[in-house]
Design a protein around this ligand. Structure first.
Ligand SMILES: [Ca+2]
Ligand SMILES: [Ca+2]
Length: 398
């Protein structure tokens, strides 16, 4: 997401929308019958409001609770009940987190065996000089609503040369390994060329084994693509050439890893992340050459499965989830994603590894900072500025 420019961009979006609305009125006089709207977003927990929420998660196999991360460094927990009136603080690490703009507590993932070990993992920015911290914390019990802030065990850290582009997602794969999305470090245009630097954590998808200890509080999976010292890569690297992967997720059915990678000035993209893949940045921005601006060498680069131009107010992709719920059959198997600036939400349909179709399903949904998926496969999203948890539902509620 491009939070640093939000105060400027948000009014601009409103102006653009106002222009779009007025021209529509002129061009479509007296539409006889609008097609029935079959999809809506509803406030999932109307009594709850969060301060700049950036992540929503459930524990696998536990549909009774939700966890919402506030960017300043708080994880909240509350009952999965539409009329829930209060949430509790599960973890407060504001004193450790440096938040603001694109910095903060940015990711949360529960250990696949959380019910027995109480472990969960976070991704946050801290300190001066600025760095990213990947840490494990422990809940007192698998059902308790408080974790011990003193239980931190740091897996690893890496420096952030600029405030922006800090990635932040953490997700466990079906392989039980932890996947970590990192941005290119920031500024604009990746001036340090971090995303293509084999020795940098930045601009990557990292993969580690949190059950091993050969690196202290984690280990390197034996089948990571660059484990051989002769590769010249950091062994944590799973894929590279990303700019600012703002939200990654696994399709719970196929196990495929999707990433929404925020663009520079022209294109936003969606990638399916595969082992050892090079996703092109900064040579390419989406399907365009970026640096060099023409005749970039595409050899060995994996193209996005879909990209879109920064038109119509679309300026910053927020990657979502493949819908695997039952409430909205028309979305089944489609990748749901949005744009932080335009508030538009799309459904991308795949045919194998190729795009079959892509369609807008909702508009004007505010500053979409993240999507979430419950244990039943239903899809939620967070309105960053208004602090709301929204849920995709069937039918027209308005
Ligand atoms: Ca950064
Ligand atoms: Ca790319």
């Amino acid at each position: 997401m491009k939070t640093t420019s939000l105060p400027i961009l948000f009014p601009l979006t409103l102006i653009l929308l106002a222009i779009a609305c007025s021209s529509n009125e002129k061009n479509t006089p007296q539409t006889p019958q609008e097609p029935e709207k079959t999809l809506s977003a509803t406030n999932a927990f109307p009594a709850l409001t969060f301060n700049r929420p950036v992540e929503i998660q459930q524990v696998a196999g536990d549909s009774t609770r939700f966890f919402v991360v506030e960017q300043e460094g708080v994880i909240n927990v509350f009952s999965n009940n539409k009329s829930v009136a209060t949430s509790q603080i599960f973890l407060d690490i504001k004193s450790k987190v440096q938040a603001g703009g694109e910095r903060g507590l940015l990711g949360l993932a529960f250990h696949p065996d959380f019910k027995t070990n109480g472990y969960f993992f976070v991704n946050y920015t801290a300190g001066s000089p600025l760095k990213t911290v990947i840490s494990r914390f422990k809940a007192a019990s698998s059902t308790g609503n408080q974790a011990d802030p003193q239980s931190e065990a740091i897996l690893f850290t890496f420096n952030q040369p600029y405030d922006n582009h800090n990635g932040g997602s953490l997700q466990f794969g079906k392989d039980g390994l932890l996947y970590i999305a990192t941005g290119d470090g920031g500024s604009g245009g990746d001036p340090q060329n971090n995303a293509q630097n084999h020795r940098s954590h930045l601009g990557k998808i990292l993969r580690v084994d949190v059950n091993k200890t050969d690196k202290g509080n984690y280990g390197i999976p034996a089948d990571n693509p660059f484990v051989a010292a002769s590769s010249g890569f950091l062994p944590e690297i799973y894929a590279y050439g990303l700019r600012n992967p703002w939200r990654i997720s696994f399709d719970t059915e196929t196990g495929r890893l999707f990433a929404g990678d925020v663009g520079q000035n022209v294109r936003e993209e969606i990638d399916i992340i595969t082992k050892g893949g090079n996703y092109g940045w900064r040579l390419k921005e989406g399907v365009d050459c970026y640096n060099p601006s023409s005749d970039c060498n595409p050899a060995g680069l994996t193209e996005p499965i879909h990209d879109y131009k920064q038109d119509n107010g679309d300026r910053s992709i927020t990657g979502g989830y493949v819908y695997r719920g039952t409430a909205i059959p028309s979305l089944s198997g489609k990748y749901i994603y949005g744009d932080y600036v335009s508030g538009r939400i799309w459904a991308l349909e795949m045919d194998g590894d190729k795009k079959k179709s892509n369609a807008v399903i909702l508009e004007n949904q505010g500053s979409i900072s993240s999507f979430g998926q419950d244990t039943k496969g239903e899809v939620y999203f967070l309105n960053h500025s208004e602090g709301k948890v929204m849920k995709l539902v069937n039918g027209n509620l308005n």
